[in-house]
Design a protein around this ligand. Structure first.
Ligand SMILES: Nc1nc2c(ncn2[C@@H]2O[C@H](COP(=O)(O)OP(=O)(O)OP(=O)(O)O)[C@@H](O)[C@H]2O)c(=O)[nH]1
Length: 329
């Protein structure tokens, strides 16, 4: 439109388009993934500010258009840059526009009197400062949200832990164990691997509480849980079923091995010595165990019932013993 030199505008347009193509290629090719910000926001903004500054110099009387464009460029920075990067952009832009103003003044354009030059510089400063201020605000809001999100995730994990685990022993609780049993039941059905359920009940536990107190009883429950956990495989699942009663799920263990394992477990519990402060010597306990194999045709409740009956037989038979359900004999 006769406002600016055609050759300068052509060179400017070519450089701007080449810059856009280079950024597009860097992102689409995946080359930019090696950087922390694959969108190359900082590089894009610095390049755009540079183009804006050059446009300010060559646009003649139309240079006022470059200021809203500068504001739009910086808007992208508000969401994509850190406060430090934005401060860098601020300093770079101030210096670049300062130089540009000097160049324009040196070109001695008739419609660029000092008062207009000062107004442009003032506008550039306002745009840059307000963008930097907004970036700081957005960054602090983002940081606040990030912290809240982390706290929420931690609280959810705590709730999940409380809902699925027993507070005293850290073992799975009954509800979580039932879920796990169903999972293992499906797995066993698919693979044909044996699945066994053991019910474990500490003998005469009421007497422990009555003699040594409830706190000592709690220590015994914790030691019992640790002892059992240490004596079974990681793939076996132990849960506190309620009170002094525990359930152990033996995955992929042949029945004969399971009976031997339960016997070893019984002996480990018998050998366990629980030191209790202000209670004379350490407390010892024994355990009765009922063991049953899950058969694919049966519901889980049926297997639990058979393990429970075997446990009852162990108690009735004098305690401190392992009784396999009839299906295992
Ligand atoms: N310390 C403590 N005791 C508990 C807890 N939960 C249940 N108990 C106690 O466990 C005892 C269970 O007693 P009983 O059901 O009579 O069984 P027992 O004395 O072990 O007798 P047998 O099972 O027949 O050998 C009760 O005294 C309950 O109060 C707990 O979390 N901590």
């Amino acid at each position: 439109a006769g406002l600016a030199s055609t050759s300068e505008v052509r060179v400017w347009t070519a450089c701007s388009v080449l810059g856009l193509i280079a950024v597009y290629a860097a992102i689409r090719s995946g080359w930019s993934r090696r950087f922390k910000d694959p969108a190359l926001t900082l590089a894009q903004i610095l390049y755009a500010v540079t183009c804006c500054v050059v446009a300010f110099v060559i646009a003649g009387p139309a240079r006022g258009v470059t200021l809203p464009i500068l504001a739009i460029i910086l808007m992208f920075g508000i969401f994509g840059l850190t406060t430090r990067q934005m401060l860098g952009v601020l300093v770079y832009s101030l210096v670049a526009f300062g130089v540009a103003s000097g160049v324009v003044a040196a070109r001695d354009e008739p419609d660029y009197p000092p008062v207009v030059a000062a107004a442009y510089v003032g506008m550039v400063v306002v745009v840059l400062l307000s963008s930097t201020f907004l970036t700081t605000r957005v960054q602090s809001t983002r940081e606040h949200l990030r912290r809240q999100k982390a706290e929420l995730a931690q609280a959810l994990e705590q709730i999940r832990q409380l809902a699925t685990h027993d507070d005293l022993t850290g073992l799975l609780n009954r509800r979580a164990m039932l879920d796990r049993m169903q999972l293992e039941q499906r797995r066993s059905l698919r693979s044909g691997s044996p699945l066994l359920i053991a019910q474990l009940d500490i003998d005469h536990f009421k007497a422990v509480n009555d003699t040594h107190g409830h706190a000592a009883g709690d220590l015994v429950l914790q030691s019992f849980a640790d002892t059992v956990r240490r004596n079974v495989r990681d793939t076996d699942v132990l849960a506190r079923w309620g009170g002094e009663e525990f359930v152990l799920l033996l995955c992929d263990t042949p029945a004969a091995d399971a009976v031997t394992l339960m016997e070893r477990l019984r002996q480990a519990v018998q050998a366990m010595q629980v030191p209790v402060p202000q209670s004379g010597g350490p407390i010892t306990v024994t355990v009765s165990i009922g063991l049953a194999r899950h058969t694919p045709a049966d519901p889980l409740a049926g297997t639990l019932e058979r393990a429970d009956r075997a446990l009852y037989a162990a108690k009735a038979g004098g305690r401190n013993r392992v009784v396999p359900a009839p299906c295992l004999r």
